[in-house]
Design a protein around this ligand. Structure first.
Ligand code: 8YV
Length: 327
């Protein structure tokens, strides 16, 4: 009999990751990469010591209650764990790990791409060239705003927020931030970042807001309709974190009414789907959750998952253990 850990992976992962997993564990892969139904997810959880889910798998308290007691570790492929009921897992003695760090720079790059893309009207430029309707250069066509000197307000200053701050400084932006805990003075100084205790006050002063806070009960609709109204009409909203942190309907209404100037969104409140009323707005760039989508990053995420499973199997504390009180 096979004494190796039984590991179920819910989505297709890059080949080097799957190959290494197959060499180390008794692994079940999802070669055709279909999204698991609840029943398939439950079956995988019942039959495995370890499950490797992604954000497309909702592991709530009800599912955990039905999963039996073989499952010991949820080794999430991804940093965000808002699709997993951490409290319920903890109560059942199931450990949870994630993959922080390896996707920080890629996600920060994508946030910058959206900041520049919306401010410099890249989507409009691409669209006119694709349509074949460009009628030649004009001194007043496609005028965007200058990136240098713009005030960037980062909401949530963890790893990704700080990586964006570094980049924004190199582009000559002014960096401001709001977060639960203030950075240490030396980090704040290195980033030339100004902390705002009040998100409300920061909102009113910024040219660009970048959302980089995890989705937790405390950050759900942190950018509420009321707070969004505090923005200047010339302001732009960028989100590469989780859609739920912004009231997407309120944001959509304001964009359509011209009450804010633009948005760059990689994530949506209803997960796999953007509000259809966000489409076809020239000042809105929508991406299909690509923030961490680099081949290098996705391989490193897999390596982190494997390291976490291996530590766990040796009865060591996995490097990326997530506890309910950490969020
Ligand atoms: C991943 C993400 O695509 O890590 C996260 O939290 O949102 C993305 O980087 C996703 O988590 C894969 O499960």
């Amino acid at each position: 009999t096979d004494s190796r850990l039984r590991v179920a992976v819910t989505r297709r992962l890059p080949d080097p990751v799957q190959d290494r997993m197959a060499a180390l564990f008794d692994v079940t892969l999802n070669e055709d990469d279909h999204r698991f139904t609840r029943a398939e997810l439950l079956e995988a959880m019942r039959d495995s010591d370890v499950i490797v889910p992604t954000l497309s798998d909702r592991i709530d308290a009800d599912l955990l209650a039905e999963a039996g007691d073989r499952l010991k570790l949820i080794a999430n492929y991804g940093a965000g764990v808002d699709h997993i009921s951490l409290g319920a897992a903890h109560e059942r003695g199931i450990s949870v790990t994630n993959t922080p760090g390896v996707l920080t720079e890629d996600t920060a790059d994508m946030a910058m791409a959206l900041i520049i893309g919306v401010t410099r009207r890249l989507a409009e430029g691409v669209a006119v060239m694709q349509s074949g309707m460009w009628d030649g250069w004009s001194p007043t066509a496609f005028l965007g705003g200058r990136i240098g000197g713009r005030k960037l307000g980062i909401v949530g200053m963890g790893r990704i927020g700080q990586a964006i701050a570094h980049r924004a400084r190199a582009f000559g932006m002014e960096v401001h931030y709001h977060s639960r805990t203030r950075l240490s003075p030396d980090i704040e100084q290195a980033l030339s970042a100004k902390w705002w205790e009040s998100l409300d006050w920061m909102m009113g002063q910024m040219d660009i807001i970048s959302v980089n806070a995890a989705h937790t009960p405390a950050t759900f609709h942190l950018l509420s309709a009321r707070r969004l109204k505090l923005l200047k009409p010339s302001a732009v909203v960028i989100n590469t974190s989780r859609g739920e942190v912004i009231d997407e309907n309120a944001l959509t209404r304001m964009l359509r009414a011209g009450e804010i100037a633009g948005a760059g969104l990689d994530v949506y409140e209803h997960g796999q789907e953007a509000n259809p009323r966000l489409r076809n707005l020239p000042n809105v760039m929508l991406l299909p959750h690509m923030g961490s989508a680099t081949l290098e990053g996705r391989i490193e995420m897999g390596e982190k998952v494997i390291d976490n499973i291996e530590s766990f199997s040796r009865d060591e504390r996995p490097a990326d253990l997530v506890l309910p009180d950490m969020l």
